[in-house]
Design a protein around this ligand. Sequence first.
Ligand code: NDP
Length: 283
Amino acid sequence: MSNSDSLQEIVCCMGQPVAGNPTQFMMERAFVAAGLDWRYLTLEVPPENLEAALGGLRAMGFKGGNFTIPHKVAVIPHLDELSEAAELMGAVNCINREDDNLIGENTDGKGFVQSLREVTDPEGKKVVILGAGGAARAIAVELGLSKVAEIIVVNRSRERGEELVDLLNDRVNVTSKLVQLTGDYCVEEGADIVINATSIGLGDADARVPLDYDSLTAEMVVADVIFNPPQTIFLTEAAARECKTLDGLGMLVNQGIIGFKIWTGVDPDANVMREALEEYLEL
Ligand code: NDP
């Protein structure tokens, strides 16, 4: 397909192909649906070649890209600018080239919040986040910037949990405390939103997040970052208690929508993107 209004551009994903491939499938479908003659490439780049690969991206005039494990932190010194969220998180998963400048953004947390807004406004809400890794950090910072009232971080390792809580209290200016995960976590009364941002459930539909599921109540929104498989025990147990649930596919689609708009300036078709992901994951 070619069209004089949509001269070919290239964006890419650098990192592990396992993370890039579903996104490539989703993006290429969305380019076609939007009438754009663009390409999205998945490129496996080992850590020692990251700097050279970024030189190649600049030299070949790529419009931008996604950066995934293991490059989300290492890419930062090679960029010209960072968004506020990416600077706070200390991690970049999306870059955009404007003239010769590479600008780093983090769309993980924004994708989550956009998905959450489909069911509730985060402002003033009390949030529980299980996990303190990259996904939890991105979501917590973005929820703090969206003016939630409080974030309770529940994490197995105290050190990683404390690092996130300090970032939230000191730099994002949102009240936060740590609960160390030992045994089944009992959700505090008054919590509005409960999020599994651990990697428990990735590639394992039988994996159980350690939670006292009877502490969930029907007015809570319960969200999982796991998108493969998207129907986790965490969400099934929450749905059985009549909570509103959000799966990890929504977050993945929404961060794709945000990246697509950053690169192309065009709003993609969200249904095409979700359907493409479901087809790729054989759901
Ligand atoms: P990290 O490795 O950075 O963090 C993993 C987190 O899970 C840590 O908090 C870790 O705790 C916790 N954890 C892992 N195993 C256990 C366990 N058995 N018991 C208790 N806690 C555990 O991973 P990421 O944050 O980068 O990714 C997390 C998940 O989010 C992945 O599955 C990824 O696929 C998903 N993701 C989904 C996205 C989407 O768009 N839907 C986007 C980005 C990520 P500890 O600190 O104690 O080790």
